[in-house]
Design a protein around this ligand. Structure first.
Ligand code: ADP
Ligand code: ZN
Length: 604
C-alpha cells in the first residue's frame, strides 16, 4: 500500500511541475462529459459513433453523434494515451478533429512530461488493480492476450513428422493424466519443457496436443506480447497467469516466442522496453521457482532462437528439458501432408510422395499452406477434386511467398554471390564428371547458404573415380575462382566450399590412395570423433617426412584444381558475365537456360 501512496505523491508532483515552470496556469482542459476508458473511446471511433473530436494535451474529448447518443450522453472524455494510430483512426472514420493547444500549458506539458505521467498513471492503476473497469489496464490486457482452452481438441494424430519429440512428451502426458502415480514413487517431473525449432514446425501444435491428449486446460501467452507493454504490466500478467493456472491444475502453461522476453539480459542494449522485459522475465523466474510440479502445472515454451535465451531460464529446475522440433525430412513431410489432406478430396492421380519430394525445406506450416492453397485453386476453377496440377501451382506460390521474406542484401553482395554461383555452375557444365546443374539461385535460404547451385545426380553413385573427384573439386572451387577473376579479391562466401575442397583432397591422399607419390596406402582410419584418440595415435606414428609429403600432395591436388578452374573460367569469361547478369535480374536460373547459354557460340 505504501507503494501506492508513493506513486500518487510522485504523480501529483509531476503533474504540478508544469504549473510552477510556466506562466499560465489556467487549464482549458474540459472537465465535462462522461469519462470513458481509452479503449472504450477507440471503440466509439471505430464504431463511427463520434461526430467531432478535440485533442487536448492530456485528454481527448469526443462529441457523440446526436442520433446515437450513448445512453443519452452527449460528450465523452478520456485520458489521452500516446497512441500514434489515433490520428489515422480519426481520418479513416472521417471524424472531424482539432487540437486545442494553449500556450503555457502545452509548452510545459511537452512530451517530456507527458510520457512519464502516463507511465505513472499506469503504475497507479496497476496498484489499484482489481478495480473493475480500470480503463488503461484493459489496454495492457489486450496486448498480451491470455488464452485458456478447456480442451484444445488437438491430438497426437494431428501432429506428424516429429516422432522423437512426441516420444519425449509422452511422459509428460502420462504424468498429467495420473499425477498421483508419479508422486507415489517420488518421481521427478520436469517443470519446464523448451521446444526448440524453426517457426512453423509445429511447436505450438505439439504443446496443444499434449494438453489434448492429457485432457487438461491449456493456458497460452506469447512472449512478444509482453515487450510492447507498459511498465509493470508484464510482471503482473505473469503473476496472474500462474495464479490462474494453479487453480486449474493439472494444466499446461505455454509461452510462445519466449526469446522475446527471455533474451539474455547483458546482451541487450540499455534502452526502451529493456527494463520492462527484465521485470517480466524476473517475475517469470520467481513464479517458476515458486510453483510446485506436484500440483500438476507443466510449463512449456517455444523458441527458434535458443542461443539468445538468458541462461537463468535454462538452469536446473526451470527449462531444463529441451526438445528439438526440426524441419521434417521427406518421410515427415509426407506424413504431415497426409494429416492435412485428410479432409480434402484428392484426385486419384495425386501422389503425396511426389509432393513431399518436391518440397524440401518446407515446415509443417508451409505444407498446410500448400494443401490449403491447392484446394482453393481447384475450387476456383470448379474442379471436382484436387489434382496434381493444383498442388504444383500451390507449391510454386508458397515458394514465392517464402522467397519474398528474404534477407535484405546489399547490391554489391548480391553481385558477388551472382558471380560466385555462376562460377560453380559454369564449371559444373564444363567438366565431364560433375552432376548436371538443376538450378542456380541467389535467393538466400537459411543462415549459412547465401545462394546455391543445385546439382542433381543423374544416378546413385557408390564409387567415384579419381577424375570424378577432381571434377567435384573443380566445381567447388568455381565460386571462389569466379570471385578472383571478376573482383580481383575474394570474399568469405567460399568458406564452406573450401572446407569441402580440403576434405576431398585429404581423403584422396590419405584414404583412397589416389596420390601417385604416396602410393596406395591409407593413413587415416576415417573414424568418427569419438575415436579421436586412436586417430591421434595413428597420426603420431607417421614419420615427419611422410606427414610432410601427405601435406604437399594435398596442396598439389588443390593447386592443380585451382589452375584448371581458372583456365575454364577464363575461356568462359563472357558466359560468366552473361550468366551472372541474368542471375542478378532473375535471381533463379533453371538448368535448361544455363545449357542454352553454354551452347551459344560466343566470341572471346
Ligand atoms: P510453431 O509453433 O512451431 O511456429 P505451429 O504449431 O504454430 O508452429 O504450426 C502452425 C500450423 O502449421 C499448425 O497449426 C499446423 O496446421 C501446421 N503444422 C506445423 N507443423 C505441423 C506438423 N508437424 N504436423 C502437422 N501440422 C503441422
Ligand atoms: Zn560456393
Amino acid at each position: 500500500m505504501a507503494k501506492t501512496y508513493f506513486f500518487k505523491i510522485a504523480l501529483w508532483l509531476l503533474l504540478s511541475i508544469p504549473f510552477f515552470t510556466t506562466h499560465r496556469t489556467a487549464i482549458a482542459e474540459p472537465s465535462y462529459g462522461d469519462k470513458v476508458s481509452y479503449s472504450e473511446f477507440k471503440i466509439l471511433i471505430q464504431d463511427g459513433m463520434l461526430e467531432e473530436v478535440t485533442l487536448y494535451p492530456t485528454t481527448v474529448r469526443g462529441i457523440l453523434k446526436s442520433e446515437e447518443g450513448l445512453k443519452g450522453k452527449k460528450s465523452v472524455t478520456t485520458v489521452r494515451v500516446e497512441d500514434p494510430d489515433l490520428i489515422k483512426d480519426l481520418m479513416a472514420h472521417k471524424i472531424n478533429f482539432s487540437a486545442a493547444a494553449n500556450n503555457g500549458w502545452s509548452q510545459g506539458l511537452s512530451l517530456i512530461w507527458f510520457v512519464p505521467m502516463i507511465v505513472f498513471l499506469i503504475m497507479m492503476m496497476r496498484a489499484r488493480r482489481g478495480m473493475p473497469g480500470a480503463g488503461l489496464m484493459s489496454i495492457g490486457k489486450s496486448r498480451a492476450n491470455l488464452y485458456v482452452d478447456k480442451d484444445t481438441g488437438v491430438s497426437f494424430n494431428d501432429v506428424a513428422g516429429v516422432d522423437e519429440a512426441k516420444e519425449e512428451l509422452k511422459e509428460i502426458i502420462d504424468y498429467l493424466k495420473t499425477p498421483e502415480k508419479y508422486q507415489r514413487l517420488g518421481g521427478k517431473i520436469p517443470k519446464g519443457v523448451l521446444l526448440v525449432g524453426p517457426t512453423g514446425t509445429g511447436k505450438t501444435l505439439l504443446a496443444k496436443a499434449v494438453a489434448g491428449e492429457a485432457k487438461v486446460p491449456f493456458f497460452s501467452m506469447s512472449g512478444s506480447g509482453f515487450v510492447e507493454m507498459f511498465v509493470g504490466v508484464g510482471a503482473a500478467r505473469v503473476r496472474d497467469l500462474f495464479a490462474q493456472a494453479q487453480e486449474k491444475a493439472p494444466c499446461i502453461i505455454f509461452i510462445d516466442e519466449i526469446d522475446a522476453l527471455g533474451k539474455a539480459r547483458a546482451a541487450s542494449p540499455v534502452s526502451g522496453g529493456h527494463e520492462e522485459r527484465e521485470n517480466t522475465l524476473n517475475q517469470l523466474l520467481v513464479e517458476m521457482d515458486g510453483f510446485d510440479t506436484r500440483k500438476g502445472v507443466i510449463l512449456m515454451a517455444a523458441t527458434n532462437r535458443p542461443e539468445i535465451l538468458d541462461t537463468a531460464l535454462l538452469r536446473p529446475g526451470r527449462f531444463d528439458r529441451h526438445i528439438l522440433v526440426d524441419r521434417p525430412d521427406i518421410k515427415g513431410r509426407e506424413d504431415i501432408l497426409r494429416v492435412h489432406c485428410k479432409n480434402v478430396k484428392l484426385s486419384k492421380e495425386v501422389d503425396i510422395k511426389i509432393i513431399a519430394a518436391r518440397t524440401p525445406g518446407f515446415v509443417g506450416a508451409d505444407l498446410a499452406n500448400v494443401v490449403n492453397e491447392a484446394a482453393l485453386l481447384a475450387a476456383r476453377v470448379g474442379k471436382e477434386s484436387v489434382e496434381m496440377s493444383s498442388f504444383e501451382e500451390a507449391i510454386n506460390r508458397v515458394i514465392a511467398g517464402l522467397e519474398k521474406k528474404k534477407k535484405v542484401m546489399s547490391k554489391k553482395e548480391q553481385e558477388i554471390i551472382a558471380y560466385h554461383e555462376s562460377g560453380h555452375a559454369l564449371v559444373a557444365e564444363s567438366v565431364p564428371g560433375a552432376d548436371k546443374v538443376h538450378r542456380i539461385s541467389i535467393i538466400p535460404r537459411g543462415i549459412s547458404a547465401l545462394g546455391y547451385t543445385l546439382q542433381l545426380p543423374t544416378e546413385d553413385r557408390y564409387l567415384l573415380t579419381r577424375s570424378e573427384l577432381l571434377d567435384r573439386l573443380a566445381v567447388l572451387l568455381g565460386g571462389r575462382v569466379a570471385e578472383e577473376l571478376i573482383f580481383k579479391e575474394v570474399s568469405t562466401g567460399a568458406q564452406n566450399d573450401l572446407e569441402r575442397v580440403t576434405d576431398i583432397a585429404m581423403s584422396m591422399v590419405r584414404e583412397y590412395g589416389m596420390s601417385e607419390k604416396i602410393g596406395p596406402m591409407t593413413f587415416h582410419n576415417g573414424r568418427k570423433p569419438q575415436f579421436v584418440e586412436l586417430g591421434y595415435r595413428a597420426g603420431r606414428e607417421l614419420s615427419e617426412e611422410v606427414s610432410k609429403e601427405i601435406d604437399q600432395e594435398i596442396r598439389k591436388i588443390i593447386f592443380d584444381a585451382h589452375v584448371r578452374v581458372r583456365g575454364i573460367l577464363e575461356t568462359n569469361k563472357n558466359r560468366l558475365e552473361i550468366l551472372a547478369k541474368l542471375l542478378l535480374k532473375k535471381e533463379v536460373i533453371e538448368g535448361s537456360e544455363l545449357r542454352e547459354i553454354m551452347s551459344k557460340n560466343l566470341p572471346l
